[in-house]
Write a protein that binds this ligand. Structure first.
Ligand code: HEM
Ligand code: HEM
Length: 211
């Protein structure tokens, strides 16, 4: 049974690749690459949030909010879900919030020497100071969330719930619940449009500097 549409899978693995690249580029001082990957991550996240309103059943943001009873039940049960289970939904929301904070602060972050995010010149300096410090601290929170996420995936795998192949192929043979999986092309069109808009507005200089 198909459980994840193409865009959710693309979003997931592109996000993993971008975050790895953002960490390495920041550590190595490759700020042009950091900016281009930061803009790509912004476009991925905004598209994912839009797709959370119009997309497949398993991509919907509304499916991520569940009551405490459902969360406890999900933590106890060994059933495989079509889509995120009630506990996993909050982990996903946490990721969306953390990545949103990371990119938003990035736009207003300065290293006080050479590199300014594109909004640094337009906002009060107090915001820039605050954002620059949060950009660092929030990344640590993101790392903790990633650690928990991978621990949960390993934990489920040990209990016989194999979730990773479904995030790769979109299909899970352990499921017979029917869910609506939409064609992903509208999401890809939105992604390309948002990416192009951000790159034309802020991204062309760092992009050209890469080559
Ligand atoms: C940078 C590291 C990672 C981040 C930020 C991340 C983030 C996310 C997010 C946001 C989702 C929800 C997808 C959506 O609905 O759009 C998700 C789901 C998922 N991720 Fe990751 N992920 C990371 C690494 C990994 C790795 C390394 C694996 C596998 C080894 C993995 C396996 C999965 C699986 C299987 C799901 C679906 C869970 C379910 O069935 O509910 N993730 N991840
Ligand atoms: C999810 C996306 C992002 C991640 C994971 C990320 C991660 C990081 C990390 C780990 C650092 C190093 C912090 C330190 O010095 O300890 C950094 C620095 C920086 N980031 Fe990002 N970043 C992201 C997005 C952005 C965006 C969109 C921009 C701007 C457009 C940006 C601009 C900067 C700048 C200017 C610095 C230098 C700060 C300094 O060296 O003091 N980042 N980022």
């Amino acid at each position: 049974m198909k459980v994840w549409d193409g865009f959710v899978r693309f979003f997931h693995w592109a996000l993993v690749a971008c975050l790895a690249g953002l960490y390495v580029s920041a550590e190595q001082g490759l700020m042009e690459l950091h900016f281009v990957l930061g803009y790509t991550t912004t476009a991925l996240l905004v598209t994912r949030l839009v797709w959370g309103v119009f997309g497949s059943d398993t991509a919907r943001l509304s499916a991520l909010l569940n009551g405490p009873k459902a969360v406890v039940q999900a933590l106890r049960s060994s059933d495989v879900n079509a889509g995120h289970n009630a506990a996993g939904g909050y982990m996903v929301l946490l990721f969306f919030v953390l990545v949103l904070v990371q990119v938003t602060t990035g736009f207003m972050t300065t290293d006080d020497i050479l590199t300014d995010g594109p909004l640094v010149q337009y906002v009060p300096y107090a915001w820039v100071e605050w954002a620059s410090s949060w950009h660092k601290q929030n990344f640590d929170l993101l790392l903790i969330a990633i650690g928990l996420h991978i621990a949960a995936i390993v934990f489920y795998a040990l209990r016989g719930k194999k979730l990773v192949p479904a995030m790769v192929t979109g299909r899970n043979s352990q499921i017979n619940q029917k869910v609506v999986i939409k064609p992903s092309w509208p999401a890809f069109v939105i992604f390309v449009a948002i990416f192009a808009l951000i790159m034309f507005t802020w991204g062309y200089q760092p992009f050209i500097a890469l080559f």
